[in-house]
Design a protein around this ligand. Sequence first.
Ligand SMILES: Nc1ncnc2c1ncn2[C@@H]1O[C@H](COP(=O)(O)OP(=O)(O)OP(=O)(O)O)[C@@H](O)[C@H]1O
Ligand SMILES: [Mg+2]
Length: 258
Amino acid sequence: MAKRIDVSGLTAFYGSHKAIEDISMTVEPRSVTAFIGPSGCGKSTFLRTLNRMHEVTPGGRVEGKVLLDEEDLYGQGIDPVSVRREIGMVFQRPNPFPTMSIFDNVAAGLRLNGGYKKSDLNDIVEKSLKGANLWNEVKDRLNKPGSGLSGGQQQRLCIARAIAVEPKVLLMDEPCSALDPISTLAIEDLIGELKERFTIVIVTHNMQQAARVSDRTAFFNLSAVGQPGRLIEIDDTERIFSNPSVQATEDYISGRFG
Ligand SMILES: Nc1ncnc2c1ncn2[C@@H]1O[C@H](COP(=O)(O)OP(=O)(O)OP(=O)(O)O)[C@@H](O)[C@H]1O
Ligand SMILES: [Mg+2]
């Protein structure tokens, strides 16, 4: 079956510092892949290479290949802005546009693309907020600022904003780390629903979360401080958490280091 994402030999730099080295992996459509590993091993860096966000950092540079549905995202003539539309991102800290209303936050990406009638916008905003399990909480205050919501609501607003443009892939970098346990469970449930429509890659430091939400888990590690991070293994989540192939994976998930 065709892979949604197919990465081969990916190395990423910040200036002369090689942050991650020689990463290869594939991701199936409509699946959840969790990235785990100790701080500094390059999970966020790798995630950002998948939608060409890494190069936004000064000195950010990538070698290797990333294919999305067999198209080379670093190929000639590929517009990074259109890549980021196909591969959306949700960050650690909810980052709604503070001066914008809830409605406008969700509609922002659609307006950038242009060509939507008011009635289409209304429909898509409603559908996206429903998709993010936020509609019931905000439907009576769509014109109020997004910054007036709780942290967990803001994160669901950011998810609504990300899914409004119908990306193929949703990248999430520790999306629950600023949230309380109830909001965290709400986002985890949501991930389970969203994977029916989207392909999801999530970075998490929470092993239970990786085990609960993901189909596949990738373990990254560093051989020493200052060395580039590498992909140690990727496998079915059940396997990674019950019988990983590499000792370092077992040590990490059982809390023996990292
Ligand atoms: N903007 C940057 N400029 C220079 N180096 C950076 C930058 N961001 C990250 N790095 C370096 O790249 C390496 C990987 O960092 P990255 O943030 O990807 O790790 P991580 O696995 O996401 O860590 P954490 O779990 O703490 O979020 C580290 O050595 C880090 O210092
Ligand atoms: Mg990180």
